[in-house]
Write a protein that binds this ligand. Sequence first.
Ligand code: AMP
Length: 143
Amino acid sequence: MTVQSILATKGKDVTTGDPSMTIAQVCARLAEHRIGALVMTDESRSVVGIISERDVVRVMANGGADALQDTASRHMTRTVITCGKRDSVDDVMEKMTRGRFRHVPVCDNGELVGIISIGDVVKYRMAEIEREAQDMRSYIATA
Ligand code: AMP
């Protein structure tokens, strides 16, 4: 199964931010959209960074409430691992496991076209396991 088939179900909408936002604004947007990470983009919708709830926790632990006024650009991860629409879900899982992160933006020709979270991957794996179990039950019933 490919990234494209997950996007076909969940849609292509990605909540983004820009690096000049403050950490307080990042928190507000994460809370408003009930998400764990914001993909930071430039005017041409190219990915320039990512900031997740883990980054916010680290910033707060190190800088306290004053750090809420820092810009996201100061704390976001700039080297973002992305995937393409035609990549397999297994490849994305591998990237998440190896990089120890839970979000992978999807890019097409350098443009952001979706995001896959660990929740999407788990949902896909659960459906796959259920399908395999169903196939096994049908096989046993007809054997
Ligand atoms: P997460 O598990 O997604 O909350 O992210 C854990 C850490 O990895 C944070 O420092 C994020 O900024 C960073 N991160 C999240 N997603 C990616 C990604 N696709 N590529 C590189 N770093 C990432």
